[in-house]
Design a protein around this ligand. Structure first.
Ligand code: NDP
Length: 385
């Protein structure tokens, strides 16, 4: 029987279960690109429940223990004495989330000789060293599509929030103030501005579609061009490279995957190409942006506002400069783990586990590494160097 180690974020400080604001969530059965939502059998939770934290256990316990497997659920993931490290030597499956990632480094993979499946409950498998996983014959999978719209909505919220100066204005109201000039001295309309997304995959394209009705001029760059009819429908300007895009944009969205050659993609040199007063939103990965170069760009006025929910490492240390730099609209990593998103990624996690234990194929779109190489979505969106 298998040992499954599941690393999830801690429970709410106010206790579990929380008191829910709503009694149900809409049922989404198909995504915009035609892909069907996960459809496992024996779902162990009610959609809309908080299952992404330790006590929620992604709703997996009854299914796994019913088959006689051992399920360990913990949030203790960092350092040599952590519960994750204690269980690695005999774990067959490690499940983790981008929000509270169990970093599977080459050193950790070497300590896990029985590990066969590294499964991400969500999207983005960069917390797993994909090259080391491929060499060790580990399958890496994620629940592609499960929270793409959740993230796209978050991006739209952050674009509007930064440009309209929402958070500082809200703070004035909360503190009993009424100084309108203070609130609006950095507030603009997005209408007519140039908006560019770096990567127009599932999330990037969903952001473009959602921003179209705001009257922005839309731009994108991506290794592959979108179909001509999509470019026409959204009146998109394609840029062959990111430098061309950042020169043309007032607001930039970063939505590409993190792999070795995209680390610190936003660095002093790229910031130097931008218009003064550019807004930057990053819900892709923290390591895509050089931490200190961003702080310098904010101080220099190149960046008028920065928002996002991704950091490195996660959780971010209390003194991480992005927590306190001016004009930031950062949140902890939450965009892809709304209660609505959890319903889909927890169901997708169960679907992959059922494939695994029942010997049926994992959907191609969920695969990142398989058979010693990049596979499925991994072969399209990631590189090993
Ligand atoms: P997709 O795989 O659908 O899209 C990724 C896109 O990035 C593809 O179009 C790919 O191009 C493009 N790309 C790859 N390398 C580059 C590059 N060097 N420059 C420009 N574009 C590049 O992924 P999603 O849209 O679903 O997700 C994107 C990322 O968002 C994830 O990898 C993850 O890091 C992050 N994410 C964050 C979440 C959160 O909670 N904050 C939740 C979900 C995802 P092509 O395939 O055409 O070659």
């Amino acid at each position: 029987m298998a040992k499954i180690v599941c690393v999830l974020y801690p429970d709410p400080q106010t206790g579990y279960p929380p008191s829910y604001a709503r009694d149900s969530i809409p049922s989404i059965t198909r995504y915009a690109n035609g892909q069907t939502a996960p459809a496992p059998h024996d779902l162990g939770f009610k959609p809309g429940e908080l299952v992404g934290c330790v006590s929620g256990e992604l709703g997996l316990r009854a299914y796994l223990e019913g088959l006689g497997h051992e399920l360990i659920v913990t949030s203790d993931k960092d350092g040599p004495g952590s519960e994750l490290e204690r269980h690695l030597p005999d774990a067959e499956i490690v499940i983790s989330q981008p929000f509270w990632p169990a970093y599977l480094t080459p050193e950790r993979i070497a300590k896990a000789p029985k590990l066969k499946l590294a499964l991400t409950a969500g999207i983005g498998s960069d917390h797993v060293d994909l090259e080391a996983a491929a060499k060790a014959g580990i399958t890496v999978a994620e629940v592609t599509g499960s929270n793409s719209i959740s993230v796209a909505e978050h991006v739209v919220m952050m674009v509007l929030s930064l440009v309209r100066n929402y958070l500082p204005s809200h703070e004035i109201a909360v503190k009993g103030g009424w100084n309108i000039a203070d609130a609006i001295s950095r507030s603009y309309d997005v209408e007519g501005m140039d908006f560019g997304t770096i990567a127009a995959g599932r999330i990037g394209l969903a952001v473009l579609r959602r921003l179209k009705p705001f009257g922005l001029k839309l731009h994108y760059t991506d290794p592959h061009r979108l179909p001509a009819e999509v470019e026409k429908e959204l009146e998109l300007t394609y840029h062959p490279d990111p430098v061309s895009l950042v020169r043309a944009a007032d607001i930039i969205n970063l939505q590409m995957p993190l792999y070795p050659s995209t680390e610190n993609f936003f660095n002093d040199a790229l910031f130097a190409e931008m218009r003064r007063g550019t807004y930057l939103v990053n819900t892709a990965r923290g390591k895509l942006v050089d931490r200190d170069a961003l702080v310098r760009a904010v101080k220099a006025g190149i960046i008028a506002g920065y928002a996002g929910d991704v950091w490195f490492p996660q959780p971010a240390p209390p003194d991480h400069p992005w927590r306190t730099m001016p004009y930031n609209g950062m949140t902890p990593h939450i965009s892809g783990t709304s209660l609505s998103a959890q319903a889909r990624y927890a169901a997708g996690t169960l679907e992959v586990l059922q494939n695994w234990f029942e010997g049926t194929p994992i959907r191609d779109e969920y695969l990142i590494v398989d058979g010693g190489r990049l596979a499925g979505t991994g072969a399209k969106s990631y590189k090993l160097d």
